[in-house]
Every structure is written in C-alpha cells, then in structure tokens.
Design a protein around this ligand. Sequence first.
Ligand code: ADP
Ligand code: ADP
Ligand code: MG
Length: 500
Amino acid sequence: MAKINKLLIANRGEIALRIIRSAREMGISTVAVYSEADRNALHVRAADEAVCIGPAASSASYLKGEVIIEEAKKLGVEAIHPGYGFLSENADFARQVTESGLIFVGPSPEAIEVMGSKLAAKAAVSKYDIPLVPGTDKAIEDPAEAKKIAAETGYPILIKASAGGGGKGMRIVQAEEELEEQMQRAVSEAVSAFGDGAVFIEKFITSPRHIEIQVLGDTQGNIVHLFERECSIQRRHQKVIEEAPSYILTPEVRQAMGEAAVGVAKACNYYGAGTVEFIVDDELNFYFLEMNTRLQVEHPVTELITGVDLVKEQLMIAMGNPLSFKQEDLSINGHSLEVRVYAEDPTNNFLPDIGKLQTYQRPQGPGVRVDDGFEQGMDIPIHYDPMIAKLIVHGKDRREAIDRMIRAIEEYRITGIETTLSFCKFVLKHDAFVSGKFNTKFVDQHFKPEYLDEPPSEDVLELAAALAARAWRKKNEMAGGKAPDQATTGRASAWKLRGR
Ligand code: ADP
Ligand code: ADP
Ligand code: MG
C-alpha cells in the first residue's frame, strides 16, 4: 500500500480548498500551486506549502503539467490531485504523473482516454446492456448516410462532437432540409474547438432531465454507486442548481440507473470517483450520455445525503485501499441542494461581473455549507471561471432543503459585484421547481430578467430607514411630538420599502 504523506493540488479556488481540508483531516500535508494572479488566494494560505507556477493565464500556469510535476518532485510530494477542470481529464498528464513515479489521484489514463471520447465511450459500454440514446454509434461523414439514419431515428436530432465538452459542440436539426448544412457546421466547429472533427447523431430528447450517478471504484475491482444527482436546471447546457435525490426517480428506476452506472464503470475498469451522466425522458426511460472521469463540481450534494467524504475516498483509493463499504451499506439521508454562485449579472444576460468583493458575508446555521475560495476585500480575477462559491444545504426532506436554501440565500451578503443568487432564489420559489415538474428547458420556459425585481439591499434599506426616521422626528418636533424608537421606525420603513 502506497502511503500518501504529502499531496500536491493541481488546481485553484474552492476545489483546491475543498481537497486541502480532507487531506488535513487525514494527516496528509499539502502543497498548493498558484499563478501570479492568485498570490493572495485562500488556497495558497490554507496549504502547508505553496509554489508559484507561472503567469495568470491558465495555459501558462494551471495547465502546465510538466512544471507541476517538476515542482511535485522537488518538494517530495507522493501524489497529485487534479480537482476538476484544468488537467483533470487529460490522459497524457495522468500518464506523465504515473511515469514520474507519483500517484495520480484519479482513474487510469486508459479510462480517461476512453471516456473522453463520447463515441469510444459508447463502444465500450455497448457490451454491458446500457441503454444508449438512439442514433449512430460511430462517426458519420457522409450526409446521405446521415439523412438515412436521421430518418430512422426521427427528427429532431442532435449532431454532437465526439470530443465535445462543457456544453459545446452540439447542433439541433429539426428537419431533413437543414441536416447537410448543420452537419458541415458541426464538423468545422468540432475541428476548431476540439481538434477532432468526428461527429455523430443522437435523437434529440425534447423535454429531458439530466440525472447523473456518482460512482466509486477501488483498484481491486469493487464498484459502488452513491445514488443520483438531478442537474436539470441548466443554462446553455451548463448546470446551475443541483439536488440529491431526484424528485422523480422511483426506487426501481434508481436501482436500475445505479446498476447501469456501475456497468459503465466496469466497462473501462474504472477506479476512483466518477460520474455517469444520463438523460431521462418523460416516461423515466434513461439513456447513457457520457462519463466524467473526475470529481464533479456538484459532488457535495452526494456527500450530504450519503455521509461519505468523496475526496477522502479518492485519496484512500489512490493509496490502494479497498472500499470500506459495500453497496448495501449506503443509503439516502434527507435531501440536499446546491446553487452555483457566479459573478454574473442575471439581469444583464448573465454577463460576467468581476471586481472587488466589497462585502462578503457567508450564510451560517443549521444544514448550511459554503464551499468558496474568497474573502471580503478580495478581487475576483478575470482569468478563470466566474464561479465564486457553491452554497449547499441539507434538510430532512426536499421542502426543508428548499426553505433552508432560500433562507441561506437571503443571509448571504455580497456587494461590489453582481451574482446569480437572485436568479437562484427565483428558481427555488418557482412552482415548476417546487412541484418537481421541470426539465432542462426550465430557464428558457420560465425565466425573464425582469422577474428579478429584487428589493433594495439592506444597506440601502438602512439608509432609507434612517432618513425616514429623521424626517419623522423633524416633523414631530415641529408639531411638539416625541421621536419614535429608531429600531421600530427602521423596521416598519424597511417592510414598507419592500412593498409588503
Ligand atoms: P460538472 O460537469 O462537474 O458539473 P461543468 O459542466 O459545470 O462541471 O463544467 C464544465 C467543464 O468546465 C468541466 O470540464 C469542468 O471540469 C470545467 N470547470 C468547471 N468549473 C471550473 C473551474 N472553476 N476551473 C476550471 N475548470 C472548471
Ligand atoms: P457535455 O460533454 O458538453 O457535458 P453532454 O452529452 O453531457 O455534453 O450534454 C450536455 C447537456 O446537453 C445535457 O445535460 C443535456 O441538457 C443536453 N443534451 C445532451 N444530449 C442530449 C440529447 N440527446 N437530447 C436532448 N438534450 C441533450
Ligand atoms: Mg456532460
């Protein structure tokens, strides 16, 4: 068994901090890497040691695999955790880490490679009786053949880049006359974005839900699943709100999806933490979409309903330990929700809004977890992902989790930049969300920026209340009356200002 005494985290922000915390609880010392823009970042302060790996641009720092491996060796590190994004799904990096005599905290390079190509992934799982979205199982080049397949599949169809990711490289085709042109576009986009022009056809499921299954496997070949995450609230095919468990799954479908996910993992001899994504239609038919071979952004909701620390499990597996639990030891406890807090303006087409966090006060109290990488007074750098925090809650049931999340959002104080918190609150209060009757089109169907007529911030309310109190006093002094207690005036005015 290879003991890890010292771990390098090849990432930044909230996920680097998240990993440092679990490592510390396990007595593992940590090395942070940082770019010049992140010199004062929290992950740098939290780690036992930190090393600068280059200028701000990711391509010159967080994506510099060789530099990171070199530093790891210099500092006597035994293992590298890649987090998510950056080098986490780069099979060459995983291979180089291993070849340098270090442990890569993640699956084998072969598993990353197979699952990194949507077509190779479909081919690998086809032996395992996993339902696939109807369509082609190989790259398609000839438009005449594409038309034939599309006609059999039935329109609308989706043309997808095999190497696609991050919600990019997809084109919907509504009818045959559009097919040839859309196919040409898809190929040229795939070449320029991913350096690989292979595209294939999938039936476009019109009102689908995105439901994924968390899996964990050890190097002895044991694989379990940790139930599902419902990720249907998306913008531009990117997740914004996630929850576990899903409102719509029956125990039977949950079990069938869990077994299918374990089958997908077996198909590539998977070990480590991974996520198998499915698309689910109105009748609860589910189809394999792809597998993400890393820790996922939304992993905390699974941690809160299962009580399993996924990062610790990743590290235990990387050290060669067998899983300490079996499938039947796992169960779902309560309900968890996560909202991604982005530095984006929801009233202005979600444009990134970077700047200084003038006020930054996290919500607290029962069942609230905040995974973030910032503090009051810090600047949000322009170079990276605009996600500033993940706000996660746990409740005894879905109703309590929703109420708790709304309470936590109201408690969160952020000024200096615009965030997506008001948008998240809108979703959580919407009937479609509350009743569970929603799909990946929620935002298109139900959201308009003008629905966010947020009440003025507390600072504005306090100022307005003080002014109102002064005016009241003046008026009463003139009339010979007594000034009221300021707190009462403040509160009454505040409620009035909110129009309630
Ligand atoms: P997930 O599938 O874990 O929910 P997303 O779909 O939101 O992640 O993210 C799309 C891609 O962008 C993923 O490959 C993810 O690893 C990457 N990514 C997301 N957030 C960050 C970040 N803060 N830094 C770097 N890469 C990121
Ligand atoms: P990526 O690699 O970009 O994450 P995915 O295949 O996981 O690509 O798809 C991302 C999202 O696109 C899904 O969550 C879903 O909202 C939508 N999507 C993908 N495939 C289909 C499909 N066949 N029909 C309808 N929507 C789809
Ligand atoms: Mg995906």
